[in-house]
Design a protein around this ligand. Structure first.
Ligand SMILES: NC(=O)c1ccc[n+]([C@@H]2O[C@H](COP(=O)([O-])OP(=O)(O)OC[C@H]3O[C@@H](n4cnc5c(N)ncnc54)[C@H](O)[C@@H]3O)[C@@H](O)[C@H]2O)c1
Length: 340
């Protein structure tokens, strides 16, 4: 019998490409779709090198119902991991309509196609942003939810849609995974986060400063209520995150039901700690300046990862040093990203 076929949407993106390899390593077959709105076809070449086989890939937009139907009509799909979405918080405030349209319409289109084709196992990429300004740390899954920007609102609304869907038809098995701050890259240095233009996230920014593409890092605020005054986040290696998806799929496909789970390490690190760890890992210096706080930023955010460990048998194993070393290898081997 053929191993189960897993459909990845947004498959050539940062987290999905690592998940693709982790799923293959776990014995699943993978079919990927992406419209390349925020990734490069070169990722497929890299996946071929790393996975030892030509990736099964279809270029498609998740908002295009006819195209998604064609994907499902090809052969039975056991489960979907829905990564495809726009993800830049700042851009979402400037272009709310584009964010609501892409992130929500994509989810509706995928779920409706799944329903038509009797596929009811879904892993959804949510985010710690759904906790808004957390009242308690570490953050448990039953904490209050709120959105502080349109991107966060799309994740919160998506979670509501999925909860209602599952309540209406309990044969749906849905894993809603709330990622904390994904960083790092595949240990080969062949795939990693490949931002277009100015990076939105701190790790690619630090990498670009270390390699000399940018003069200095701006640290937004050093008067937060944290040990050194800079913001504290729960950085998690993307390969750990990828393995978390494999664990979630196993859970769904074993018929254990639906789950909402944090994927984080449970360890908070400040921006200054991250900069120092990166300098150590890369042997380069990372000049920085202190800039004003950004509206909406919070002091600290880190997960209580206990539920994922209890129910999925998963926990993150890679430390900050490894995250920085792998980010640096990726940056160093691909100084201009995959386009360059
Ligand atoms: N990276 C993070 O910090 C983070 C944190 C929490 C949650 N997430 C979520 O995880 C998921 C993956 O994030 P990522 O960091 O890998 O982002 P990414 O931008 O690297 O990957 C997303 C992929 O989806 C594709 N895509 C977007 N819209 C599409 C559409 N309409 N049709 C087909 N493909 C489309 C893009 O081309 C891209 O390859 C997203 O849903 C994101 O919101 C990311």
């Amino acid at each position: 019998m053929n191993p189960p076929l897993i459909l990845l949407t947004g498959a050539t993106g940062f987290i999905a490409s690592h998940t693709w390899l982790a799923l293959q390593a776990a014995g699943y077959r993978v079919l990927g779709i992406d419209n390349f709105s925020n990734s490069s076809p070169e990722v497929l070449t890299r996946l071929k090198t790393l996975g030892g086989m030509t990736p099964d890939f279809i270029r498609a937009d998740v908002c295009d119902a006819a195209a998604i139907d064609t994907v499902f009509a090809r052969e039975p799909i056991a489960a979907v991991v829905h990564f495809a979405a726009f993800k830049a918080v700042g851009e979402s405030a400037a272009k709310p309509l584009a964010y609501y349209a892409n992130n929500l319409s994509g989810l509706f289109t995928v779920c409706q196609a799944m329903e038509r084709h009797h596929c009811q196992a879904l892993v959804f990429s949510s985010s710690a942003t759904v906790y808004g300004k957390p009242e308690q740390l570490p953050i448990r899954e039953d904490a209050a939810l709120s959105a502080t920007n349109p991107y966060g609102a799309t994740k919160l609304m998506s979670e509501t849609v999925l909860r209602d869907l599952q309540a209406a038809d309990p044969s749906w098995a849905i894993a809603t995974l709330r990622y904390f701050n994904p960083v790092g890259a595949h240990e080969s240095g062949l795939i990693g986060e490949d931002p277009r233009g100015t990076p939105n996230n701190v790790m690619p920014f630090i990498s670009q400063v270390a390699i000399g593409k940018r003069a200095r890092l701006s640290i937004f605020g050093n008067d937060y209520d944290t040990a050194d005054g800079t913001g504290v986040r729960d950085y998690i290696h993307v390969s750990d995150l990828a393995e978390g998806h494999v664990a979630a799929l196993r859970y769904l496909l074993a018929g254990k039901g639906s789950i909402v789970a944090n994927l984080g390490t449970g360890q908070g690190s400040s921006v200054l700690e991250l900069v120092r760890a990166f300098e150590q890992a890369s042997g380069r210096s990372v000049p920085f300046e202190i800039a004003p706080r950004r509206p909406g930023d919070i002091d600290a955010c880190y997960a209580d990862p206990a539920r994922a460990h209890e129910l999925l048998g998963w926990r993150a194993t890679r430390d900050l040093q490894t995250m920085c070393a792998d980010s640096w290898r990726w940056q160093n081997l691909n100084p201009n990203g995959l386009a360059g």
